[in-house]
Design a protein. Structure first.
Length: 87
């Protein structure tokens, strides 16, 4: 093991590696793995579509500043603006 390896800031010991190896050798519960979700959570009943949007550096900086002040992500802010515009 490399000196100073960590996971989430917690040092990984040789003992922990052995525990993981023992668990792997004992077999993996496939049903447990299938229960885990993949990707981002859905936004509605149907699949969401990604839309590309080109912004200038100034527009992007303005968007990021506004999003930071509103404590929202870029996407949340854009969706809110579209909803307000459509209302």
């Amino acid at each position: 093991m490399s000196e100073g390896e960590t996971i989430g800031g917690v040092p990984v010991t040789d003992e922990q590696i052995q525990v993981w190896a023992d668990e792997a050798e004992a077999g993996i519960d496939i049903d447990l793995l299938k229960k885990r979700g993949r990707g981002r959570p859905g936004r509605g009943a149907g699949p969401a579509q990604v839309v590309a949007l080109r912004l200038t550096a100034e527009e992007l900086a303005d968007l990021d500043a506004l999003a930071a002040r509103a404590h929202k992500t870029r996407s949340e802010l854009i969706r809110a603006a579209l909803a307000a515009y459509a209302a």
